[in-house]
Design a protein around this ligand. Sequence first.
Ligand code: C2E
Ligand code: CA
Ligand code: CA
Ligand code: CA
Length: 381
Amino acid sequence: FVNDLLSHKVGDILLVRITQRLKSLASEKDSVGRIGGDEFVLIKRDYKSREELEQFINDVQNYVTKTVTIDNYPINITPSIGIVEYPDNGEKVSDLLKSGDIALLQAKSKGRNAKHYFSNTKDQKTIDLISLREDLKLALERNQLEVYYQPQIDLKKDKVKGFEALLRWHHPKKGIVSPATFIPIAEETGIIAPIGEWVLREACKQVAKWNKEYNMEYRISVNLSLKQLYKSDFVAVVEEILKETQLPHSLLELEITESVAMADVNRTKLIFKRFHEIGVRLSLDDFGTGYSSLSFIQQFKISRIKIDKSFLKEITVDSDDYKIVSGILSMALQLNLLVTAEGIETIEQLDYIRENNCHEAQGFYFSKPMPPAEIEKKIMN
Ligand code: C2E
Ligand code: CA
Ligand code: CA
Ligand code: CA
């Protein structure tokens, strides 16, 4: 509310009044200043104990929390207070201000009129998350994102049938950050939309180029997030990208996890139907981790399921996982679904899925995800 008023005279008057209030509470040695917008810094010196500090902060809170009327505007002031202590929470002013920012954010997340004492240990996760979030916003324009490709093997022909596009972030300080870490952040902040579209375009462009250069018909599988799938213009965006890159529709496969597909079943059905109509393939990722039965997913127009790698991890003849995987495979075959097994690392796993008539496989046994140049070196020649 104050932000709305900032451009008005009223806002200025208010902020001056708050400053005055804070000054009247502080002693001569203390300092008070506005650091921008509706945020203030108050430096309290020479307090004797934690109790004294807490008492002072309660006083500030009670003193600032008020309804004031300026030019007939009734204005509720409810401060959020973040507290940092020198030298426990940092020695440099810049560090203290940074920690103060975090503490304030934490206070705000607790609701109105709350306070938060910064804790080096407890708030570290938040600090990491916030800085990662800020970095991620710039990753795309700073060319820090790269698409890696992992071969998907046709088990009848023993040939590479296509590739899964897997996103990598080259962080200037942290090195490669896993998509398992940053995709959720991208989702939460909404940056997944431009990033996801970039991956799609990049992957389609790359595979169209390979197909032309090596006279192949490789397929490309691209992972989708919930926010992408449910964006109103998503089908149109996909069509546009296919047109632009000249990749045949049938060579694009979109991978959607079971949980994303189930988030809104009716909506998913409609979207999948449209993709089916334009000839884009759909694949259900991480199959087996959710609750959907094969007969249930039959109403979706999907052509493939990918058995989650957790089921293939400890396959021994008498394990439950063994029975689950062979069960999924035999049912999928009856329903005319294609099946890819992911996370194949050993010859034993491979033999097992082969025996159970699995169509395709993907995993470190064949190849890790690699940047395009390495794919060209190791797969195309
Ligand atoms: P996913 O779609 O299930 O991808 C398979 C993951 O398993 C990849 O992890 C891959 O590198 C890894 N993997 C492949 N073969 C093996 C194997 O033999 N053993 C083991 N243990 N792992 C194997 P990655 O690349 O770290 O990606 C993690 C997840 O991040 C993906 O899981 C996917 O959900 C998400 N992701 C990656 N790229 C994108 C993207 O462009 N968009 C979206 N929305 N999500 C993405
Ligand atoms: Ca503010
Ligand atoms: Ca996938
Ligand atoms: Ca998967």
